[in-house]
Design a protein around this ligand. Structure first.
Ligand code: FPP
Ligand code: MG
Length: 331
C-alpha cells in the first residue's frame, strides 16, 4: 500500500478505531509499574503521566488487528511491556545525552539525579522482563530481547562515533536501525504474531515497523534543527551541541566544498568552546538545502514502510497514515 498521505491527521483521529484497546494498555501499564517502594512509585507516576505518543502500543495493536483475529487482552499486555522498555530506554538515554527537558518537563535525571535514574531505568526494564517471563511466551520474549540488545548496540555505536564529521550515511542509518527502528519493528512483529498472521505477513509487518522507525528517527533528528522548543517539549540543537552527527549535517557536508567545508568541520570540533559554532553550523545546514534532502529521506523511509503493507487488510490504511504522521509531525 503506498497511496495515502494523511500526515495532517492528528494522532487522536488515527487512534480512534483502537481507543478502547489503548485504554486497556493504560490500565495494564498502571498495574505493571505499581511498586511498594514510594520513590519508584513517585518517579513512575511522573514519567508515565508526561503524555507520550504511545506509538509502539498503537502499532502493535493495529498489527494484531490486521488479520481480523482481534487484538485481545494479550495485545494490551505486550503493548504495556514494550512501552515500559521504551520508557526505560529514554530515561537512560537522557543521561547519556545530558538532556534536561523532555515532553516539556524536567527529565528524571535532572530532577532526581543520575544515580537514582540509572537504577529506576534498570528497575523498569526488569519489571517489564519479569512480567514477560511469567507468560512463558518465549517466542515473543526472544523478539523483545533481540530488539533491546540492538537498541543498546545502537546507543553504544552512537557514543563511539560522537563528534566524527566523516560519519557516513550508511553508518548513521545503522545506528538508527538499531537504537530506534528495532523496537518499532519488534512491536509490529509481535502484533502480527498475536494476530496469528502467517510468517510472510509477520515478516512484512516487522519490515513496515523498522522502516517507519527509521522515518521517525530521521524526523526526530530533523526537528532538532527545524522544531520549536515549546512545541517539541525539549530544547533544539542539542544533537549538534553533544556532537551527534545526524542526517542534516551529513547531507550538508556532501554539498559544501572548499574552504567552507573546512570551516564547517572545524566548527563541529569547536562546538564545546565556541558558543557561535553551533549557530554557524545550523545556518550552513539550512543554506545548503540539507533540510529538504533529509526530509525527503524520511519520506522515502515512510513510503518504503507502506510498501510492506497488504492492500486490503483492515488496519492497513491507519498504519499507512501513521507512517505519514511520523514524518509530518512537529513534536
Ligand atoms: C532516543 O534517541 C533513544 C533511543 C531511541 C534508544 C535508547 C536506548 C538505550 C538507552 C538502550 C536501551 C536501554 C534500556 C534500559 C532498555 P535520541 O536521543 O535520538 O532521541 P531523543 O531526542 O528523544 O532523546
Ligand atoms: Mg536523546
Amino acid at each position: 500500500m503506498t497511496e495515502t498521505n494523511d500526515s495532517a491527521l492528528p494522532l487522536a483521529g488515527l487512534y480512534a478505531e483502537i481507543r478502547p484497546d489503548l485504554d486497556r494498555v493504560e490500565s495494564r501499564l498502571s498495574e505493571m509499574i505499581r511498586s511498594d517502594n514510594p520513590l519508584v512509585d513517585e518517579i513512575n507516576a511522573y514519567l508515565f503521566t508526561a503524555g507520550g505518543k504511545r506509538l509502539r502500543p498503537a502499532l502493535l495493536t493495529l498489527c494484531a488487528r490486521m488479520t481480523g483475529n482481534g487484538a485481545g487482552p494479550d495485545a494490551a499486555f505486550w503493548s504495556a511491556v514494550i512501552e515500559i522498555i521504551h520508557a526505560a530506554s529514554l530515561v537512560h538515554d537522557d543521561i547519556v545525552d545530558r538532556t534536561d527537558t523532555r515532553r516539556g518537563r524536567e527529565t528524571v535525571h535532572s530532577r532526581w539525579g543520575a544515580n537514582i535514574t540509572v537504577l529506576l531505568g534498570d528497575h523498569l526494564f526488569i519489571r517489564a522482563i519479569h512480567e514477560a517471563l511469567r507468560t512463558r511466551r518465549y517466542e515473543i520474549i526472544d523478539v523483545l530481547s533481540e530488539a533491546t540488545e540492538r537498541m543498546i548496540e545502537g546507543e553504544l555505536l552512537e557514543c563511539a562515533v560522537s563528534g566524527d564529521p566523516l560519519l557516513t550515511e550508511d553508518r548513521y542509518l545503522e545506528i538508527l536501525d538499531k537504537k530506534t527502528a528495532a523496537l518499532f519493528g519488534a512491536a509490529c512483529r509481535i502484533g502480527g504474531m498475536l494476530g496469528r498472521a502467517d510468517p510472510d505477513l509477520v515478516r512484512r509487518l516487522e519490515e513496515f515497523g523498522r522502516n517507519l522507525g527509521l522515518a521517525f528517527q530521521i524526523t526526530d533528528d530533523l526537528l532538532d534543527f527545524t522544531g520549536r522548543p515549546d512545541t517539541l517539549g525539549k530544547p533544539v540543537l542539542t544533537d549538534l551541541r553533544e556532537g551527534r552527527i545526524t542526517l542534516p549535517v551529513i547531507c550538508a557536508l556532501r554539498k559544501i566544498g572548499g574552504p567552507a567545508r573546512t570551516d564547517f568541520i572545524a566548527r563541529i570540533a569547536a562546538r564545546e568552546d565556541d558558543p557561535s559554532a553551533v549557530e554557524a553550523i545550523r545556518d550552513a545546514v539550512f543554506a545548503s538545502g540539507a533540510i529538504t534532502e533529509a526530509a525527503a529521506a524520511a519520506a522515502a523511509c515512510a513510503a518504503k514502510a507502506k510498501s510492506f503493507l497488504p492492500d486490503e487488510a483492515p488496519t492497513a490504511r491507519t498504519l499507512a497514515a501513521l507512517a505519514d504522521f511520523v514524518c509530518g509531525r512537529n513534536a
